[in-house]
Each structure stands twice: as C-alpha cells, then as structure tokens.
Design a protein around this ligand. Sequence first.
Ligand SMILES: [Zn+2]
Length: 124
Amino acid sequence: MIKVTQRGLIKNIVNFWSSHYGPFPRIKKNSSWEDGFYFGKNHKGADGVNRSKIDMWEDLQKLNLETALPEDVESIVGKGNLARIFCNECHKEVQEAIMLQADESDIHLCSECLLTASKMLNKL
Ligand SMILES: [Zn+2]
C-alpha cells in the first residue's frame, strides 16, 4: 500500500500523460509536431472536442503544478479524474488516501474508512 495525494497526482500529471500516451516527439517541423509513435493521436478535451494529445501535453506543462487545481487539469484533458481521488468505500472525494494495488484495479481508502476498518479489526 502507498499513500497518494491530490497534489502528488497533479505534480505527476505531465509524466503520467507522457507515460500513458507518449513518448511524444520533441521536435517541431514546419510549425507542427513531427509525426511520431504514440498511442492515439487525439483525445476528447473538456469542451468535448478531440484535440491532439501532444497539444494537451504541451498545455499541461504550462500549468503551475504547485498550485494547479483538478479543474485546471480537466480544462485541458477533460474529465477522467486524473487529478482526483475518490474513496472506494465511502465514495467521497478526498485530498489523500491509501492506495491498495489489487489485481483488477487500484483501490483507494480514505482516513475515515481506514479508521473504521481498524476499529472493526481491533474491536475498539
Ligand atoms: Zn472513505
């Protein structure tokens, strides 16, 4: 298990985008990106319009990752909860959680649910 935070997700968003959809070519030719190998060229943005994943990657790099909010990330890449954490037990959005790596998908548990679980085990 590891601790994950909303700020940590935001600070890692550029790397996350690149590792999922890149590697992106880094050179521009004739004012447009050289065609390179990356997974899927376009992604639906916040306005519902497909944009280049490279353009989104460029825009993500312009964010101040120390202060950017989930809404700022979503204004570039659309919804998808890339910068949000939801507890899998109580379904509340939280700033930090413990992430359990399960076979099918990761599980996030907030401090309240972890405390409840701890009380159940310890019969407090
Ligand atoms: Zn919870």
